[in-house]
Ligand binder design. Structure first.
Ligand SMILES: *Cc1c(COP(=O)(O)O)cnc(C)c1O
Length: 365
């Protein structure tokens, strides 16, 4: 079986370094907010090309803490509207709801899967205060156009960069385009920890300071609480593991791009629509998502030939039971995407033989 994602094999590459880090942290006996977190924050900020990175518990919290911090700073208020793509992973929408803000769903472009900027203006009202683009599947949203709109309407731009570590356009990386960005280091992401982890990136000093405070009980000085904060800290051990993997992120992303390029050039089957290889952007292919009208048959066929695939995502956010108030709304582009998408295995340690087998099998379908 070719697994959809082989986390065992991916992390085995770093096993000795992980073990050294575990020993180091155990010897120090310091597990929360220590040197490893501080160093990872510096290294990740430098990698993204921003002034600040703040380690937090996970990607959802990264987004929630950004929004809550902007509320504290007076730049957002309860009830403000936030524009978000209708086909995102539900976390983006949950973050907006958890911050008592109102998500306004805007349809994606079906070729890029990212928010269709030409629709955004139709949804801007007096209450619109922010746009949250999602760099879905590892490809940057149209950030220059989004920035232009944001300037015109005085909106904050908060990137959901959970799938886009290292993606770039014009030399500017994911996490460095917006006023702030949220990253996830969930094990399956392009930069994955060995458990939950996340980070906020920003060039805004006040925002960085406040997120740093909110993640740790709203306290700057121990036992003195200036805000009603949260407990969402990046673990020292996870930071240490992430520091092992960060120097190899670009190599892993290149391996993904190499496999994606092979898939795009060698898969030839009229029943399948391939994603576009962007000519100008550096796509990091967190996922390789194809579309097909008869997805169930294709997925079954691939499984019979020992190739595991997954669907990202099978149910549109507005069709989820958790969001019943939206179930009757219509987002036809998202709905079509959700019916047709299928993700092929995509990770650096896929062997040439495995890639070859996936291509041949898809072509024989
Ligand atoms: C993974 C993901 C998140 C949430 O990250 P967690 O670390 O699982 O909380 C948010 N948005 C997108 C688009 C994601 O893919």
């Amino acid at each position: 079986m070719i697994p959809f994602l082989d986390l065992q094999k991916i992390n085995a590459q770093y096993q000795n370094e992980f073990q050294e880090k575990l020993n180091l942290v155990l010897e120090k006996g310091w597990f929360i907010l220590g040197d490893e977190v501080t160093l990872f924050e510096q290294e990740f900020a430098e990698y993204c090309g921003v002034k600040h990175a703040v380690g937090v518990g996970n990607g959802l919290d990264a987004l929630v803490l950004i929004l809550k911090a902007y509320i504290q700073l007076g730049k957002l208020q309860k009830g403000d509207e936030v524009i978000v793509p209708s086909n995102t992973y539900i976390a983006t929408i949950l973050a907006i709801l958890q911050a008592d803000l109102v998500p306004v769903l805007v349809e994606p472009n079906k070729d890029t899967f990212n928010i269709d900027v030409s629709f955004i203006e139709l949804y801007i009202t007096k209450k619109t205060k922010a746009i949250m683009p999602v760099h879905l599947y590892g490809c940057l949203a149209d950030m220059p156009a989004i920035q232009h709109l944001a300037q015109q309407y005085d909106l904050l731009v908060i990137e959901d960069a959970a799938q886009a570590h290292g993606a770039q356009y014009n030399g500017i990386k994911a996490g460095a385009w917006g006023n702030a960005a949220g990253f996830s280091f969930y094990p399956g992401k392009n930069l994955g920890a060995l458990g939950d982890a996340g980070a906020v990136t920003t060039n805004d000093d006040a925002l960085a300071e406040l997120v740093r405070c909110l993640r740790n009980y709203g306290s700057v000085q121990k036992y003195k609480n200036d805000y009603l904060g949260y407990n969402s800290r990046l673990d020292e051990l996870q930071a240490a593991f992430l520091r092992v993997k960060l120097p190899f992120l670009d190599i892993e992303n290149k391996q993904r791009l190499h496999i994606a390029t092979r898939y795009c050039h060698e898969i030839k089957n009229s029943k399948i629509i391939l994603p576009k290889l962007p000519v100008d952007k550096e796509h990091v292919f967190h996922l390789f998502v194809i579309r097909t009208k008869d997805r169930a048959q294709l997925q079954h066929y691939l499984a019979q030939h020992d190739i595991q695939t997954l669907i990202h995502y099978p149910i549109a956010p507005h069709k989820q039971n958790a969001l019943q108030q939206w179930n009757e709304k219509s987002f036809p582009i998202s709905e079509k995407i959700h019916q047709e998408v299928l993700s092929l295995p995509m990770y650096g340690v896929l062997s040439d033989a495995q890639v070859e087998k996936i291509i041949t099998t898809v072509n024989n379908y």
